[in-house]
Design a protein around this ligand. Structure first.
Ligand SMILES: Nc1nc2c([nH]c(=O)n2[C@H]2C[C@H](O)[C@@H](COP(=O)(O)OP(=O)(O)OP(=O)(O)O)O2)c(=O)[nH]1
Ligand SMILES: [Mg+2]
Length: 307
């Protein structure tokens, strides 16, 4: 059976607030909040349906939309494919054209609203930025200067992969790095291979640690995982990981000679799970459009943000 095709917009205004609207109780999945959108007509592209729905529902003219995430979800009574776009460029002020209540909310406030169950990964994708920097300790003296470089570049999501440092050195690093990240409103995750002595914003699981879990660890604000194949991506989805990093997409200096997925397999794997997925391996900031066209959330990199 083919899913019902739906176009959905995560509309973000210049202050970074996101538009949510209330689904009338009589509708399928009614009485819940949603991102605006609706069914794609047989003759329409997803982009055209998105523009039409946002005009009909909110009188918004879409200027540009980029793919954010695609969700396939089976409700007891309906199988849907939600083709979700990020809309940061639009004209006209939003208004309620169908009498539906709507609100602009900060990304962190999205958790306070009840959405249809298919929306959980959409909310993660809406909160997550396009770039994910991996800070490694191959040169321990450069850890803080490199972190500063990444933050100055405006990167808002960072993983500390400190596999060589002693626990004491990790503790000292966090003492300095975490307040710095908070001042820049950046999220700091610690790789699960590191014995983390102090609180940060969450954990990035190695693929090995991911496969050993049977459920999501408690008290973990953000949970990410490294994946290399479908089995790992599915495990990440099953235990409720917020986002995954899929690697290596292209050849890289850090892993010379490793077998790479290539773009086609990246797209094919991403399409099989409902998760925001960052591409890692041979990426630069300029690869973002290519990743988005293949269903990815964005770019993860070790060196690309340090040049
Ligand atoms: N617009 C939207 N639909 C969602 C979201 N999450 C979710 O599961 N859905 C589902 C609910 C519905 O089964 C389907 C959207 O179909 P719909 O019936 O609202 O479509 P529409 O706006 O074209 O409505 P209509 O004119 O046909 O009444 O997608 C979401 O965040 N936004
Ligand atoms: Mg609608």
């Amino acid at each position: 059976m083919h899913p019902l095709q739906v176009a959905v917009g995560v509309v973000k205004n210049p202050e970074g607030k996101i538009l949510i609207s209330y689904r009338h109780a009589a509708l399928h999945q009614g009485g819940l909040w949603e991102f605006p959108g609706g069914k794609i007509e047989p003759s329409e592209t997803a982009e055209a349906a998105l523009a039409r729905e946002l005009k009909e529902e909110l009188n918004i003219d879409v200027v540009s939309a980029v793919p954010l995430i695609t969700i396939r979800h089976r409700y007891p009574d309906r199988f849907v494919q939600l083709n979700v776009f990020l809309v940061e460029q639009f004209s006209e002020e939003a208004e309620s054209c169908e009498g539906q209540p709507f609100k602009w909310v900060a990304p962190y406030e999205l958790d306070q609203y009840e959405f249809p169950s298919a929306n959980r990964p959409i909310i993660a994708a809406a909160k997550l930025p396009p770039y994910y920097a991996i800070l490694d300790d191959s040169a321990p003296d450069l850890l803080l200067p490199n972190l500063q470089k990444i933050l100055n570049r405006g990167i808002k999501l960072i993983q500390a992969r400190l596999k060589k440092l002693s626990p004491a050195a990790v503790a000292t690093f966090i003492e300095q790095a975490y307040p710095l990240c908070q001042r820049h409103q950046a999220v700091l995750l610690m790789n699960s291979a590191v014995d983390c002595p102090a609180a940060v914003d969450g954990i990035h699981l190695t693929s090995r640690d991911l496969m050993m879990l049977t459920e999501r660890p408690e008290n973990c604000r953000w949970l990410a995982a490294s994946c290399h194949n479908l089995e790992q991506l599915q495990q990440a989805q099953n235990i409720g990981v917020d986002f995954a990093v899929l690697a290596p997409v292209l050849p890289t200096q850090t892993h010379p000679g490793a077998t790479t997925l290539g773009w086609e397999q990246f797209a094919d794997l991403v399409a099989q799970v409902n998760l925001p997925v960052y591409a890692l391996g041979g990426m630069t900031e300029a690869s973002l459009d290519r990743v988005r066209l293949r269903g990815g959330q964005g770019i993860a990199a070790i060196r690309a943000f340090l040049d």
